[in-house]
Design a protein around this ligand. Structure first.
Ligand SMILES: Nc1ncnc2c1ncn2[C@@H]1O[C@H](COP(=O)(O)OP(=O)(O)O)[C@@H](O)[C@H]1O
Ligand SMILES: [Mg+2]
Length: 460
């Protein structure tokens, strides 16, 4: 369809004006017809929306006169346009049609096979940051061609960018995210935990917003998370978002280790144990937690179950370590190795026993975090990294060549990172922000919740 007009104009240019005059009329009318059909197809929804009240007006005019026609038609139009629900529906429909039209034009301008066989446009839904469109790829085309054309599509649409994700089960189904606004522009996204009275740690924790402005949740039971990124990237803030959620569940036992002392100190009143930069104490507390894990396994065997589940009376234990390097790469190598070995055991065996490990360090390269420990962390959260290699060290090798590198994050975008969790593909997100005042307020609420509602020791 798109290549018909160039060939027609070429042929008309090559023929003389008089020799083709007899043939030009049919092709001209054909072209008018084609344009008309195309116009009706492209603007069908808008035409129906205009045609319905027009038809009503004409009918009323014929049967009841022009005054009745004007008054009744006007009243009907206002009754639809004025109430917010129907107005919003109308706006949504018109927006959806506009997106379809713009995409049609964008696809027609693509190079190669995609302009001849443009994707079929399915449902269009608005997101906080733009739109999400379902596309069906036609035979002979693939997601790779569409991804290569991303910049052209974005510039045709006049938007910040577009991203494509193929449905793993159906390689012809693609979700196209149109990014109109950058949701990361908002500095200090408010964390839902600021207002939460309490939280159930078995529920997914809201941790930030993705590029579409949707809230990203992480489900942590049976998972461990490793944070990495350069200083000031936002590791401790993101860590505190998780700690806030766990603290607001009075059944959760918090074991907090902070090499810098100041980051997790505000949560110490809600913690089972709080350890500063003291490696000997850190080792003895890890041994305590390991004893708890072994005790748990004895309990699970007695109950004839393989893992703890919500409502079985066995609470979650959450071990949070900020500045992990201080413990696993300290000056006393023997103590550091002992710590790393205990932690490796907890990460390796703790899942079924309800032990969750969340650790942050600047660069988890193997000279700092032994690979036997690092590789056990299933979820990875990379804040800004200095290099693509450093980003791969956090997320796992190969992600930067697949377009997911935390080195691409601007230094000013604190809290923006890549989170690799359930979906299997890193999600770009900006974590919620918790100010010192927010942390103090949530910690105070969590403390009162714990002292009124539950005894963490009793629930162990
Ligand atoms: N999600 C965020 N939104 C806005 N600002 C943030 C965010 N995360 C971090 N920051 C800012 O960056 C600073 C450094 O963050 P921090 O978590 O201490 O970094 P790191 O632990 O990686 O060194 C914070 O004091 C805060 O001002
Ligand atoms: Mg920090």
């Amino acid at each position: 369809m798109a290549n018909q007009s160039p060939s027609r104009s070429n042929s008309s240019r090559s023929n003389s004006a008089y020799s083709n005059s007899s043939q030009s009329n049919p092709s001209f009318s054909e072209e008018i017809m084609e344009l008309l059909i195309r116009f009706v197809t492209v603007w069908r929804v808008e035409l129906v929306l205009v045609a319905l009240p027009t038809a009503l007006g004409i009918w009323l005019d014929v049967h009841h006169g022009p005054i009745a026609a004007g008054v009744i038609t006007g009243a009907v139009v206002f009754a639809i346009v004025l109430p917010p629900p129907s107005r919003h529906l109308l706006v949504r429909i018109l927006h959806r049609e506009s997106v379809r039209r713009h995409l049609d034009v964008a696809f027609a301008s693509l190079p190669g096979i995609l302009s001849d066989r443009p994707p079929i446009i399915g449902t269009v839904n608005r997101t906080h940051g733009g739109d999400r469109v379902q596309l069906g790829l036609r035979h002979g085309t693939s997601i790779e061609e569409l991804v290569r054309a991303a910049a052209i599509i974005a510039s045709s649409l006049g938007v910040r960018g577009v991203r494509m994700a193929v449905d793993p089960a159906h390689q012809n189904l693609v979700t196209l995210s149109i990014i109109r606004r950058d949701p990361f522009e908002t500095n200090g996204l408010c964390c839902p935990m600021v207002k939460a009275k309490s939280f159930d740690a078995w529920e997914p924790i809201p941790v930030g917003v993705d590029e579409e402005g949707e809230i990203v949740h992480v489900s942590l039971p049976e998972h461990n998370v490793l944070f990495g990124g350069e200083p000031g990237g936002g590791k401790s803030v993101a860590l505190s978002v998780l700690v806030a959620a766990f603290a607001l569940d009075p059944s959760v036992a918090l074991w907090l280790f902070d090499g810098k002392l100041v980051e997790l100190a505000p949560w110490s009143t809600c913690a089972e144990r709080f350890v500063g930069p003291d490696i000997t104490l850190a080792i003895s507390v890890l041994q305590e937690l390991r004893a708890e894990m072994d005790h748990r396994y004895g309990e699970l065997v007695a109950r004839k179950v393989k893992k703890i589940t919500p409502g079985d009376g066995l609470s979650l234990h959450v071990l949070v370590i900020d500045e992990l390097a201080l413990y696993v790469a300290g000056v006393d190598k023997k103590l550091a190795d002992r710590f790393a070995e205990l932690l490796r055991d907890l990460v390796a065996r703790g899942r079924a026993a309800g032990i969750i490990v969340v650790a942050a360090t600047q660069k988890p390269s193997i000279d700092i975090v032994p690979s036997a420990l690092r590789d056990l962390f299933g979820f990875r959260w990379a804040l800004r990294c200095a290099t693509r290699e450093a980003s791969d060290t956090v997320l796992g090798s190969g992600w930067s060549t697949r377009g997911f590198s935390a080195a691409d994050i601007a230094p000013s975008m604190r809290g923006v990172g890549l989170l690799l969790h359930e979906g299997g593909i890193p999600v770009r997100l900006r974590s919620f922000h918790l100010s010192d005042a927010d942390v103090a307020m949530i910690a105070e609420r969590a403390y009162r919740l714990r002292h009124h509602d539950a005894d963490p020791i009793g629930t162990r």
